[in-house]
Design a protein around this ligand. Structure first.
Ligand SMILES: C[S@@+](CC[C@H](N)C(=O)[O-])C[C@H]1O[C@@H](n2cnc3c(N)ncnc32)[C@H](O)[C@@H]1O
Length: 289
């Protein structure tokens, strides 16, 4: 019989990142030495702080379309800068840059998953990070000695992860620039399995040859293939920023792995005053040996 629980997760240990305030469709965040004002459509409430505080930002992201836009500097801003993530289990370092997609190279809420990964892997365990972006989960797994395979369709973000790996004093991650589903299917054919698998598929994606990828077309196939790659006592962490509700993720996975244990819920950030900011849906699945 499977067990289920519903949760709200947020990271506990950040020093170099805080949400100073949020509201009226934006977040005011500090990433190390820089304060940034960027859009967040989930912030449907009113702001706590006045314009004085928001005008302290070093840069503000102004959208020019649905996904793209420009950073408008309000102060001197460097081309790139580094921040640290330190917890009792992890000492990681990340390089950040202001990209044209309002992101800076890190999803800070993911730190709660890095902790889970560090707690559940031991040296030599095999770990697969699909849709891996700049590799927070990959370097967390590598820092506890796991054998890490990092898969992303975009070469530039794989190169960026290499920088984060080296800044964190690590080496030995296996890089794969490929469509995540294709890679997973190849691993399935080879009979390869992993102790831990993380997948964070985007709503829309692009394969390495520029081909379009839509989550709704690939979701069930992707989950079924990933389930086949799991070791008998392994874990899967699936995260989506695409509006699929946690209960829907649970039903998807319950049909694929009926006897597994599930924890699903919201992945969140908390503001400096403790307010909740939803960022996506998360499910953690553990298989029984
Ligand atoms: C939302 S980000 C993942 C963020 C990641 N969870 C983190 O914490 O850093 C999605 C990533 O999927 C990658 N991607 C998009 N389509 C892909 C595909 N078909 N195969 C592999 N990676 C893909 C993008 O390049 C991007 O890095």
């Amino acid at each position: 019989m499977s067990t289920r629980s519903y949760q709200r997760w947020s990271p506990e240990y950040w020093d170099d990142y805080t949400v100073i305030d949020s509201g009226d469709g934006a977040r005011l965040e500090r990433f190390g030495s820089l304060v940034l004002d960027r859009p967040d459509p989930a912030a449907v409430w009113s702001r706590r702080l006045g314009t004085d505080a928001w005008d302290e930002a070093h840069a503000r992201f102004e959208p020019t379309g649905r996904a793209k836009g420009n950073w408008v500097p309000l102060d001197t801003v460097p081309e790139g800068w580094n921040i640290n993530y330190r917890s009792p289990k992890l000492q990681l370092r990340f390089h950040l840059e202001m990209t044209r997609f309002k992101h800076v190279g890190i999803f800070p809420e993911q730190a709660t998953n890095w902790e889970y990964i560090a707690e559940h892997l031991k040296p030599g365990d095999k770990f697969l990070n699909l849709f891996a972006y700049t590799g927070g989960a990959s370097i967390a797994a590598r820092s506890v000695g796991a054998e890490v395979t990092h898969v992303d369709a975009i070469r530039q973000v794989v190169d960026w992860t290499r920088v984060n790996m080296e800044l964190s004093g690590l080496d030995g991650i296996r890089w794969v620039v490929e469509d995540a589903l294709k890679f997973a299917q190849r691993e399935q054919r080879r009979g390869n399995t992993y102790k831990g698998i993380v997948l964070d598929p985007p709503t829309w994606g692009l394969g390495p040859k520029g081909q379009k990828w839509r989550l709704e077309d690939n979701l069930l196939n992707l989950c079924a293939v990933v389930a086949d790659l799991l070791e008998p006592d392994g874990f899967i962490i699936m995260n989506t920023y695409s509006g699929i509700a946690p209960s829907a993720l649970e039903t998807v996975w319950e049909r694929i792995l009926p006897s597994a244990q599930f924890e699903s819920g919201e992945l969140c950030l908390r503001g400096e005053d403790g307010h909740w900011i939803p960022t996506g849906s998360l499910i953690r699945i553990t298989s029984r040996p």
